[in-house]
Design a protein. Structure first.
Length: 322
């Protein structure tokens, strides 16, 4: 049975990659990369490669800040999907799984599939798969069962989303995988929403941790959701932006060599002149409320001088109760 399945799956892939489908289908394009570029055989039944303990430790250290920022989001995601037979993986930009969440009762099963820390899931080693193909295409995607390149992986459903660092570079891939035969594509689509939300939370937490002295603003970009964040310093100069904000506002890395006021970046004078003032007024009022009206304490909490805070309060006509 397994041999027949392998022959059928390999034949289906070979027929697809020799047709014109690769020009229209991202999946077939990935199969073609797996076969022609990486010289993999879909009938190969070998297990994933694993890093040594020392190599895995180094991989984790390279991604340590983001890894720390991801912990609560990984826990929350596992609470959402762990009860239906899924595990959660976080892989680095090389496709190495450096963190996972899974039910202890499922550990033996997931380990036999290679869904474990230290396993290498890039396309070069495993062909078309959730983590590896997400790294290549840099987009959220699902590789469902027989969409995998290797026959041995056709029992898996993998739902992934890319995770970008504070400079907008691809840093990791978040993955939810299952080997349940009854996991439908419709249910995988629901999981995909949870994975996308978790990836966005990880990016936001990592962004805030990387710029601890900055104020974080949500850019007014309706199609980017809550992931379009901007960091500004005490002088309201833009010192950082997430990938979503960079894409939506046309920010390149060179922009930060000569930072400009956030009002100029958002072009608020021409769009909505009250937007930034309202956001800044809210920040100041919250700081004053938390400090019980104490201007010195509020200034310290905001990371600015008392004189700067007084100027902002006067400019924005913020009234103090004390």
């Amino acid at each position: 049975m397994r041999a027949a399945l392998s022959v059928h799956h390999a034949g289906r892939i070979q027929a697809a990659i020799t047709s014109d489908s690769a020009a229209k289908s991202a999946l077939v394009a990935s199969w073609r990369r797996s076969s022609n570029l990486h010289h993999l055989d879909p009938a190969d039944c070998g297990s994933p490669d694993y890093l040594t303990e020392a190599e895995l430790k180094q991989a984790r250290q390279r991604l340590e800040p983001l890894l720390q920022a991801a912990q609560s989001s990984l826990d929350r995601l596992f609470l959402a999907v762990g009860g239906v037979g899924c595990c959660v993986l976080l892989a680095d930009r090389n496709g190495v799984t450096i963190e996972r969440r899974g039910a202890q009762a499922d550990d033996q099963t997931f380990r036999s599939w290679g869904l474990w820390t230290g396993a290498v899931w890039n396309e070069e080693c495993q062909g078309t798969n959730g983590i590896g193909t997400c790294l290549v295409e840099q987009r959220a995607l699902t590789i469902h069962r027989d969409q995998h390149f290797y026959t041995r992986n056709t029992g898996l459903s993998c739902v992934t989303a890319p995770v970008y660092d504070q400079e907008g570079d691809l840093a990791a891939v978040l993955d939810v995988s299952s080997c349940r035969a009854d996991l439908t594509e419709a249910f995988a689509n629901l999981i995909s929403m949870a994975v996308g939300d978790a990836a966005q939370r990880i990016e936001a937490e990592n962004f805030k941790a990387a710029l601890p002295e900055a104020r974080i603003l949500l850019a007014p970009l309706r199609d980017k959701g809550s992931g379009a964040l901007i960091a500004v310093n005490a002088d309201d100069l833009v010192v950082g932006a997430t990938r979503s904000a960079r894409q939506g506002l046309g920010i390149t890395q060179q922009y930060f060599q000569n930072p400009r006021p956030v009002a100029d970046l958002l072009d608020l004078a021409q769009t909505d002149p009250d937007l930034l003032a309202g956001a800044e007024r809210s920040v100041l009022q919250r700081a004053l409320a938390r400090a019980n009206g104490n201007v010195s304490a509020a200034a310290q909490a905001l990371g600015i001088s008392r004189a700067t805070l007084h100027r902002k309060l006067n400019r924005l006509d913020v009234h103090r109760s004390h």
